[in-house]
Design a protein around this ligand. Structure first.
Ligand SMILES: [Zn+2]
Length: 289
């Protein structure tokens, strides 16, 4: 009998077939790089839902939207769809993609931006129509921040402090600062601390190709703990894995090993994301007679 979906939420997964580096990460992590493989991992860790971030390497916006919608349906609604927009394609294309997102046949839970992978930053005026759309659609904006997995990415576009002025100007939009802005985690925490509409996720903080992986895990957990304290609380911190870059087991162990109270850890692992995304509370565990 299949296990019931659990209370936890992974705020950052990439079960996309449009991936260049995904297969190598999956092999290294010994995971099945398919939506079905991800769902099996989620089941074994009490994760009921995951946010599938709009694939940036899809051949066209239509292909990307079709993939997130197909995966949403085939996962029984557990892998939540989001869109993506590239402002460097010009204003007409931005408007066209926003119309596509508005007409999505499945309910989108956010829009993902990939500054650094493309030459723009979050304060780029070409993004103003995207923020206006996100405010109207009440969709959180997930923003890649910090180091890129592709060495051709450009770091000048991914400093977390750039999100500060955008968050001040667009108070009606909720932003998720992805990867805790690593390695600028304290800078990210400063942006979260002062802006009630900025959230942060713990995804992509581990490099499975690094030597002495257990040491890396311990050191990163210590850095993460300090950075979360600098946010002023756990209320806007979201667990995310960046699957397949991390296995769910590794990404979870960063959070479950934090020296916080059990309710605080569980808030990071699911409650906060449910609040951000408007997901229903998880079903209560079945009572045994
Ligand atoms: Zn990611």
């Amino acid at each position: 009998m299949p296990e019931a979906p659990g209370p936890r939420v992974d705020a950052h997964v990439h079960p996309t077939r449009f991936s260049r580096l995904g297969p190598a990460f999956a092999e290294r992590n010994r995971i099945d790089f398919s939506p079905a493989g991800l769902l099996r991992e989620m089941d074994s860790h009490g994760i009921g839902a995951g946010v599938f971030l709009g694939p940036r390497l899809a051949p066209s916006p239509e292909d990307g939207l079709r993939e997130v919608a197909d995966v949403y349906r085939s996962s029984g609604g557990r892998l939540l769809p989001t869109g993506t927009v590239d402002p460097t394609r010009g204003p007409e294309e931005v408007e066209r993609v926003l119309r596509l997102l508005s007409a999505s046949p499945v309910p989108l839970r956010g829009v993902k931006l990939y500054p650094g992978y493309r030459p723009f930053d979050v304060a780029d005026p070409r993004l103003e129509p995207v923020y206006a759309w996100a405010e109207r659609a009440r969709c959180p904006v997930f923003v890649h921040q910090g180091d890129t997995s592709d060495p051709d990415g450009l770091l000048r576009y991914v400093r977390p402090v750039l999100l500060d002025e955008v968050a001040v100007r667009w108070r009606g939009v909720r932003f998720v600062l992805c990867h805790f802005g690593n390695p600028w985690m304290e800078e990210a925490a400063a942006v979260v601390y002062k802006n009630p509409n900025v959230w942060v996720d713990t995804s992509g903080l581990l490099n499975p190709f690094a030597e002495r992986y257990p040491d890396q895990l311990r050191r990163m957990r210590a850095r993460l703990g300090h950075a979360i304290l600098a946010c002023g609380g756990v209320e806007r911190v979201l667990y995310g894995s960046d699957w397949p870059i991390s296995s769910l087991a590794d990404a979870l162990s960063l959070v479950t090993g934090l020296p916080f109270s059990e309710p605080d850890r569980e808030a990071i692992l699911g409650g906060n994301a449910r609040r951000l995304l408007g997901l229903p509370p998880p079903p209560a565990p079945a009572e045994t007679v």
